[in-house]
Design a protein around this ligand. Structure first.
Ligand SMILES: [Zn+2]
Length: 141
């Protein structure tokens, strides 16, 4: 399943959840925030595969963060780049297997809890859960 399809399905699942749960007070209004959360939830499970854009983004953030922190401490460019690259190698070694923990229902619930903690909106959290769940369901096909 490619990223575009996961995004489309995630947005669809999130919109359905936001709409269906509205009579129960657990819906969410259609907004850019809802779409962004749906996209994130739909793509996040594949952060466990080194070929995905999600993993490459995380690796870039880890590299930049570690290299900048090292630069601030040492002012040595070569050492900072080496330590940043080492951090990415460690990330590769420690990343979970593909379709492991990030492709699980507990991970989906953790994502929803994080969305709720960030937004304090149950509707957005449940829409995010639906988007994350869409990825899990589609990967079964
Ligand atoms: Zn996947």
């Amino acid at each position: 399943m490619n990223s575009s399809f996961h995004i489309a399905a995630g947005i669809g699942f999130a919109l359905v959840a936001a709409t269906v749960l509205t009579p129960f007070g657990l819906g969410a209004s259609i907004s850019l925030q809802l779409i962004a959360i749906a996209c994130l939830g739909a793509l996040l499970p594949d952060v466990d595969h080194y070929k995905t854009k999600q993993f490459k983004f995380v690796a870039a953030v880890v590299f930049a963060t570690i290299a900048i922190l090292c630069w601030q401490l040492t002012a040595n460019a070569l050492l900072s780049l080496t330590v940043g690259a080492t951090a990415v190698i460690v990330l590769l070694a420690l990343k979970p297997r593909h379709r492991g923990i990030t492709h699980s229902w507990p991970a989906a619930i953790v994502f929803a809890v994080i969305v709720y903690a960030a937004t304090l909106d149950k509707g957005l959290a449940l829409a995010g859960l639906a988007a994350y769940a869409s990825h899990l369901v589609l990967d079964l096909t």
